[in-house]
Design a protein around this ligand. Sequence first.
Ligand code: SF4
Length: 298
Amino acid sequence: MECDFELEGMHYEGTCIRPPSEAFSILLQVTLGCSHNKCSFCGTYKDKRFTIKDDRIILSDILFASKYMKRQDRVFLMDGDALIIPQKRLMWILERIKEHLPWVRRVGSYANAKSIRTKSLEELIELREKGLGILYLGVESGSDEVLRKVRKGTSAENLVKMGRKVREAGIKLSVTVLLGIAGREGSVEHARATGKLLSAMDPNYVGALTVMLIPGTPLHDDYMNGDFDLLTEKETLLELREMIAHTDLSRGLFFSNHASNYLPVKARLPKGKQEALDLIDHALAGKIALKPEWMRGL
Ligand code: SF4
C-alpha cells in the first residue's frame, strides 16, 4: 500500500493513554476507544466509538515515526485493545513496523479477555514472532462478584485462562488490579481472591492501582448515591497487604508505584514478599509518610 498523506505528524484523536512503562515508546494509535467500553469505573474512552483506524493513516504514522522517532526502540499500539484487530490486519501492522522501524525491539498493546479469546494460541505465537512482545491486561479483581459489579464482562476463571494463553505464547504479560474497587465491605474478599487469581495466572508484572472516581462513570454515580464507599488510606494499605500476602508468583514484579497510589511498593516475588509486607507495616505504623491526597493522579 502506498501512503498518499503528507507526513505532517502523527494522527492522534481524542484522549490517548498508555501504561507508565511505555512513556518513551512510539505511540501508534491504531484503534479508537475500547471494544468493551463498559467498565463502571472507566471514563477513558467514553467520548469515542470503537473503530479500527484506516490502514493508510496507520501507515502514514509509521512512516512519520521512521523519519522522526529513530531513538525510540519500542512501539505501543493505542487505544483500548488493539489486540482485537483481526489477525491479518494486525500482522500487516506489525510487518510495516518491522519494515519501516527496524530498530524497534518490542511492540506492546492493551488487551482484554475478549480480545485474547479472539486469538488462538498459534495466532498469538505468530504475533509474537512479528514483534508483539508485551500485552497489558486489566484484571481489576479476582472476585467474580466484583467483576460482575464493575461490568468487566468476564470471570476470574476466564481471565486466568486468557492470561496463561498469553504467557504460553511467549508474550510478556503485565496486569493491573484495582485497590478499593470492592468498597469497604468486600475489601478482604477482593484482596484474597485477587491474590489467588494472580498466583494462578502468574503474570510477569502486576501493577496495583488505587481506584479514583471519574465524574460521568457509573461508579461515580454509585458513590454519589451512597452505594459505594471509598477506602481510607489505611484501609487501602491493608487491602494491598492482604493482596500481596496471598500472591505467589513464580518470578514476577509486583508494584504499586502508580500516581494513584498512597505508598510506592516494588517487590520482586517470591523473594521480596516479606520485605514488601514489612514496608506496608511500617507505613501502617506511621513510620513512612504517605502520598497526600492532592498529589494522587490517574
Ligand atoms: S476494558 Fe479497559 S479501557 Fe475498556 S472500558 Fe474496561 S477499563 Fe476501560
